[in-house]
Design a protein around this ligand. Structure first.
Ligand SMILES: [Zn+2]
Length: 262
């Protein structure tokens, strides 16, 4: 699972705050231009200063507010494996952890330092394994672009982000998050690269974006995002990619069954 021909092995050469987004994205673009991304990694940069501490505080709030599915549960293990599989095409310098939230709303979000949360509802929302991979890859895009570096987050116990006027705010429980359309599109671009590198259908990112609800908690239907993805994916071959694995089908079947019982 660990790529062998990395573009960089600078795990210990941490970049200053704010440079990670450019650096990481630049490496992914460089990887594509060199034709290496499909076979290797986009580089390693570690975390931004304060990112781990911020993520730790957020993690505590999430654990207080939401029940997580046990990490030993087959569905949780599948999400972890899928996340790590996609992440190997991004950056091995991040301590990735993927958690499954017992919530039926189709959501996924990340809090920095490689912590990604996926709801059970995201599994049932996804109509294929590629779509579930797209949902997770978008969160990896936020992490890889450095959207959780200290310049974007307040350091206090209070809510995260001070949204400029063009942003809109969403919330899950007491946790508020500002959605910046430019960052959403950047995360989508990285996600599309990751999906293609991993063998999933990159068009799944657009399929997911089109089906998102107009009202909800996180990642709403946004025409700007859809137009951006349409332009981006015009350069990709028609739909293809990995078929659904037996594990995905089984996990989805189990979650769907539980959903009907609640
Ligand atoms: Zn997003």
């Amino acid at each position: 699972m660990i790529p062998t021909n990395r573009l960089s092995s600078s795990r210990n050469s941490r970049k200053p705050v704010c440079s990670r987004a450019v650096s990481r994205r630049g490496l992914i673009v460089a990887g594509l231009m060199l034709g290496l991304l499909g076979a290797g990694s986009a580089g390693a940069y570690g975390l931004c200063p304060g990112e781990m501490e911020n993520a730790g505080r957020m993690q505590q709030r999430i654990l207080r507010e939401w029940p997580l599915r046990s990490s030993s549960d087959p569905a949780s293990r599948f999400i972890q494996q899928l996340g790590v599989f996609l992440a190997q095409y991004g950056d091995e310098g991040i301590p990735w952890r993927f958690s499954l939230v017992r919530n039926l709303a189709p959501n996924a979000f990340s809090i920095g330092a490689g912590n990604v949360f996926v709801t059970e509802g995201a599994i049932t929302f996804a109509q294929s394994e590629s779509e579930l991979a797209a949902i997770i890859a978008h969160e990896l895009g936020h992490e890889l672009a450095g959207h959780f570096c200290a310049d974007s987050y307040s350091r206090g116990e209070g809510d995260i982000f001070m949204p400029p006027s063009e942003h809109y705010e969403v919330g899950v429980g007491s946790i508020r998050q500002s959605i910046d359309p430019a960052k959403e599109q950047q995360a989508d671009r990285i996600a599309v690269s990751l999906l293609q590198a991993a063998g999933y259908d990159p068009h799944a990112m657009l399929q997911v974006a089109r089906r998102l609800p107009a009202g909800g908690e996180v990642h709403l239907h946004d025409p700007r995002r859809i137009h951006s993805l349409e332009r981006l994916l015009a350069g990709y071959p028609p739909a293809g990619g990995l078929p659904d694995s037996l594990t995905f089908k089984e996990v989805r079947r189990v979650i769907m069954g539980e959903t009907h019982q609640r």
